[in-house]
Design a protein around this ligand. Sequence first.
Ligand SMILES: Cc1cc2nc3c(=O)[nH]c(=O)nc-3n(C[C@H](O)[C@H](O)[C@H](O)COP(=O)(O)OP(=O)(O)OC[C@H]3O[C@@H](n4cnc5c(N)ncnc54)[C@H](O)[C@@H]3O)c2cc1C
Ligand code: SF4
Length: 511
Amino acid sequence: MTTKSTTKTRNLCVILGDQLSENISSFEGFDKKKDSILMMEVLDEIEYVNHHKKKLVLIFSAMRHFAEDLRKKGFNVIYVEFDDSKSSFTKELERQCGIHKPEKIVVTHPGEYRVLVEIKKWNDFLKIPTLILEDTRFFCQISEFNEWAEGRKELRMETFYQMMRKKYKILLDEKGGPIGGKWNYDVKNRKRLPKDIGVIPEPLAHKPDKITQSIIEKLKEKFSNHFGEIEPFWFAVTRDEAQKSLDDFLENRLDLFGPYEDAMAQNEKFLFHSVLSMYLNIGLLNPRDVIQKILEKKSIPIESIEGFVRQILGWREYVRGVYWHYMPKYNESNFFEAKKKLPDFYWTGETEMNCVKTCIEQTIQESYAHHIQRLMVTGNFALIAGLNPKEVCDWYLSVYADAFEWVELPNTHGMILYADGGILGSKPYAASGNYINKMSDYCKGCKYDVKKKDGKDACPFNYLYWDFFLKNQKKLEKNPRLWTVFSTIKKMSKEKKEQIASDSAEFLKKI
Ligand SMILES: Cc1cc2nc3c(=O)[nH]c(=O)nc-3n(C[C@H](O)[C@H](O)[C@H](O)COP(=O)(O)OP(=O)(O)OC[C@H]3O[C@@H](n4cnc5c(N)ncnc54)[C@H](O)[C@@H]3O)c2cc1C
Ligand code: SF4
């Protein structure tokens, strides 16, 4: 469906697929009589990585619902569906400018560097002034982050987060200090899931309506080669539905979010996580509203409230700042010179490592894995097996419904792979099987023995962990946070080191 208006437009306001908010900056000063909105589904965006089918359904359905909503409110919306569109934003925009002859193009700053580069060419290519406005949905503007980062030796999340708490007066006492006396309740947030936890309420599932159903059918026909399972599709695709998902989280899972934030369990895909990132990232939820609602929950323990606020006001804002501060160079580094090809099992889940298999199979089904699954299972494996950062980053960008480069890249390239050499993290998040065993029940159902350190049935995480530090000793041994690792290595016998190297080489050869 393409809606064509022949009336000449003053400003053409381009709304991208992750800008589905009525408070988006490009709407400022919008005149319903003179201006039009352009929304485009283009092939380049569908195909630049192998996006999960559920992610494509989410974005297109949310875009089409948003367009319908705007039309009902009297906005003139030009909407180009992928069947009718040109291959790129620029080509489609050129066509639309030929029809509507706008005086100006207005767009909010995009979430990905590659799109910003494309937008910056519109002015000269189309000979139409193009105004790029700040994305004011974020708490911290890019220029503000750059100012904060200027001259600092280290850009640590914790320092940034405290600055944001003070700036927005969130969870502060009368003296301006942190409520409860601590900025951070991390130590209380590392509990393993107890056996008697009972039934954990799953996130709210939304029934696909006609619009969503028609997208599902179209995608099945045209993009069946894309990753992941398209059905059952249960994501929210409107603001109303996303709001219900938020309320459901506040009501049913927030209270235990903090303590079990780092836990993993074989038959629990979501645990107490909010499963809201995809709605926040495409604009169905506004982070300010989410924080406001969280703060109103006075009866919830501080470790859950602070734990959640830290994710949104701290991590989410911080990784965006790091992304724009360091792009376009950020993804060029490869600190460990890791070269190994991404194993096929990242796409199929066919591996005998039960933890990896479980997280990947869940990803295939849901286009979702929670933070610790991404960080300490698939991410940890990618780090200690020495997988190529570019391929790992493309995988994370493809498979998760919430994946947009501004948030995916710092988490992958920086947090899990340490490929940025320590810009984002103060040490690599490498862990042996012991961590996974402590925080989950995955090892019980595994062919490998988590207690064994070497030999054929030993847990691969155990020898790969030491192999990683032995291979990268020169680059890491001066890091004070790795003192205990390298003091153990100093005491290690030559035979032990040889055993680790041969077990690792043998395993890595097979994958
Ligand atoms: C390798 C890797 C890749 C990741 N890629 C993405 C991505 O593409 N998109 C994305 O939104 N998140 C990404 N994350 C961060 C985090 O894993 C997800 O935001 C979270 O799992 C989403 O699930 P949730 O909504 O249930 O989050 P919850 O655990 O309920 O957390 C609440 C919210 O906090 C925010 N948040 C939490 N941690 C982070 C973080 N590290 N960075 C940014 N925001 C955070 C999210 O908006 C999330 O919805 C990645 C993490 C890792 C380790
Ligand atoms: S034994 Fe090792 S590979 Fe198997 S589930 Fe545990 S940590 Fe994963």
